[in-house]
Write a new protein. Structure first.
Length: 84
């Protein structure tokens, strides 16, 4: 994949200087930095992705935390049923 990165002239000059000293390429430096950045980010679970997208609790009329607190809602429903 090709990626374009815009650097200010001073940063570009410094990057080129460091690459020359280390005898490496700008591509190798940027690739390593991206690898390190991605490695620090934990992978999101399916549940976390669904929360971020607003899909948890998206059923109209239901409690938004039903999947996490199902037992609480079942107990409540049973108590209400026996009160009648």
């Amino acid at each position: 994949m090709t990626l374009t990165v815009r650097l200010d002239p001073e940063l570009e000059r410094r990057l080129e200087s460091v690459c020359e000293r280390r005898r490496t390429t700008k591509t190798a430096v940027v690739t390593e930095l991206v690898r390190e950045f991605v490695a620090r980010e934990p992978e999101a679970s399916s549940y976390e992705v669904a929360v971020r997208l607003g899909l948890i609790g998206s059923v109209a009329g239901g409690p938004p935390d039903l999947s996490r607190n199902a037992k609480k809602y079942v107990r409540r429903a049973i108590r209400e049923k026996h009160r009648r």
